[in-house]
Write a new protein. Sequence first.
Length: 119
Amino acid sequence: VQLQAYGGGLVQAGGSLSLSCAASGRTLSSYIVGWFRQAPGKEREFVASINWSGSSIDYADSVKGRFTISRDNAKNTVYLQMNSLKPDDTAVYYCAARIPFSGSTYDHWGQGTQVTVSS
C-alpha cells in the first residue's frame, strides 16, 4: 500500500489543521494506521493510531484532548484533526500503516507533511 499525507501548513497557536492520509494500491481497511511526527533535532514520535473499524484508538499523552484520529475506509483515507495547536506541535507529520497482528511494525510510510505552529 502507498500512502500520501497532506494538509499541513502554517497556523497560529490555538488554531486548527486537518491532515489526511490517502492510500493507494491496496485497501487501507486491512491496516492499522498511525500518525507520527518528527521535529527538527528530535526523534520521530508516535502521535495517534486507529484500527480498521475505529474501535481501537490510541493517542500520545501530549495530544490527548486536542487531536482526533478517524478514518473513512470507503475513501481509503485516515484523518488527523488537530485543534488547540501549540508551537511544540511543529513537526513533519507522517502517516504509516501496519498489518493488525501482534508484533507487526509500521512498514508502509507516507512522505510527510510539514506543520508549523507560530506563537
